[in-house]
Design a protein around this ligand. Structure first.
Ligand SMILES: Cc1cc2nc3c(=O)[nH]c(=O)nc-3n(C[C@H](O)[C@H](O)[C@H](O)COP(=O)(O)OP(=O)(O)OC[C@H]3O[C@@H](n4cnc5c(N)ncnc54)[C@H](O)[C@@H]3O)c2cc1C
Length: 403
């Protein structure tokens, strides 16, 4: 179920492994697989043609011998192994992969629905938003996570007046430390974004001319043409309500992407899978969806393949600055921090526990992201660093120059 990266890579892996088993793919969205990651690039005009967001050819399903059903799964019976859809008869399965991703969560704020209130999550959303992304329009973005700030950047590039309202005291609170978040905020302000931190939005008024008036505590109301709500997401598990599949905070899966119910697997944004630090949780990242989809496929075919665990990594390149974080980038008690202030490049911070790197963050030039890439397998393999702080950076730089 689904046709995002987790599902597509699972199906392709099944074929790659030589299986001719029947594959049926069900998705409630457009048939041709596209990348959500590219939606902001489309809106900011970097990929002006909608077709540039598709990630497989039109004949993908034919080539891979996949039957595609455009429908929504509404219920599941794991006893009789049947899937129930909105608009057609139930379908039986031998093995099921749930790769339904997640959907934006809209907080219960008065007036936060209807005309002018949008999400930026699907191709359909991008189509709805396109007419608003023109010079001179004004937008309020609610929330300041990764997707929200991508929307803000796209809006700035297109010449809109941009407000960002964030309830927390800093932007991208979950993936940036305080210092990095402050630098990013400064940079956003330089580009003309009106960033309001600690903003508690109370009510959205729909005016007669179609514009929106936003009321937040202790602030003068503002008027905008439209809003994007980026206040987090929830895994798409509604159709599991009557089942015994564990899905409290995403569908719990083991190292083989198996749920607690026989013949039911899950992967991608909907799955709380193994992570590099042991804890089972959702890592809503494209590469994780791809890896999990492939592992699920292999085990659905009866192989015995384990996932080593996902490592969170967030890279944000906008407002002419690169900020990124990976692993446990905010130091806990007892952990060491190696900070590098790099002339002309930016700042790089490494967190270590007993000599083993557990996380890193950076702010500066895009070259530094490559350093994270070099560090990634070291964190995943839990390798101890035996050299001094400065020598280790020389090592990263040398490796970078060899790429
Ligand atoms: C704007 C934006 C930018 C992003 N940028 C990045 C980035 O830079 N780097 C990164 O790593 N990640 C990024 N992501 C996250 C990334 O896109 C997701 O992690 C990835 O798409 C998850 O893949 P998935 O296959 O698990 O789910 P999805 O891609 O969400 O696919 C789920 C599929 O299931 C279908 N579905 C859901 N419920 C049902 C149902 N009941 N019945 C039938 N079909 C159903 C959906 O229609 C969809 O086709 C971004 C996301 C967004 C929205």
């Amino acid at each position: 179920v689904g046709n995002g990266p987790a599902a597509i890579n699972a199906a392709e892996e099944i074929r790659r492994m030589g299986s001719n088993d029947e594959i049926v793919m069900i998705s409630k969205e457009v048939k041709r697989p596209y990348s959500r990651v590219l939606l902001p690039y489309h809106l900011r005009g970097k990929l002006p043609d909608e077709n540039q967001m598709f990630i497989r050819d039109e004949d993908f399903y034919v080539k891979e011998k996949i039957s595609f059903i455009n429908d929504e799964v509404v219920d599941l019976d794991t006893q009789s192994q049947k899937i129930h859809m909105k608009n057609r008869d139930a379908l039986e399965y031998d093995r099921l992969l749930i790769a339904t991703g997640s959907s934006p969560f809209v907080p219960p704020i008065e007036g936060l629905s209807g005309k002018g209130i949008h999400s930026m999550w699907t191709l359909e959303d991008a189509r709805d938003l396109r007419p608003y992304f023109v010079e001179g329009k004004s937008i309020l973005i609610l929330g300041s996570g990764f997707v929200s700030l991508q929307a803000a950047w796209a809006a700035i590039v297109k010449g809109l007046n941009v407000y960002v309202y964030e309830l927390m005291p800093r932007v991208m609170g979950r993936v940036l430390d305080e210092q990095t978040a402050d630098r990013l905020t400064e940079q956003m302000e330089k580009f003309g974004v009106d960033v309001r931190l600690g903003a508690s939005t109370r009510k959205v008024e729909h005016l007669a001319d179609g514009r929106l008036r936003i009321h937040a505590d202790d602030m003068e109301p503002i008027e905008v043409d439209f809003m994007i709500v980026g206040t987090g997401v929830r895994p798409n598990t509604q159709f599991l309500k009557k089942t015994k599949v564990n899905h409290e905070r995403g569908i719990a899966v083991d190292h083989q992407m198996r749920t607690n119910v026989k013949n039911v697997f899950a992967a991608g944004d909907v799955a709380a899978g193994p992570t590099a630090f042991g804890e089972q949780m959702i890592h809503a990242l494209w590469p994780t969806a791809v890896e999990e989809g492939k592992i699920a496929a292999s085990n659905m075919l009866g192989k015995d393949e384990d996932f080593t665990g996902s490592l969170n990594m967030n890279v944000t390149q906008m407002f002419d600055i690169t900020v990124a974080s990976m692993g446990q980038f905010i130091e806990a008690e007892g952990q060491d921090v190696w900070e590098y202030d790099l002339d002309g490049l930016g700042n790089f911070k490494l967190v270590l526990e007993e000599g083993i790197p557990v996380g890193a963050s950076l702010l500066g030039k895009s070259e530094l992201v490559e350093y994270l890439g070099i560090l990634r397998p070291i964190i995943r393999k839990k390798q101890t660093i035996k050299c001094e702080k400065s020598e280790f950076f020389q090592y990263l730089r040398r490796e970078y120059e060899l790429i």
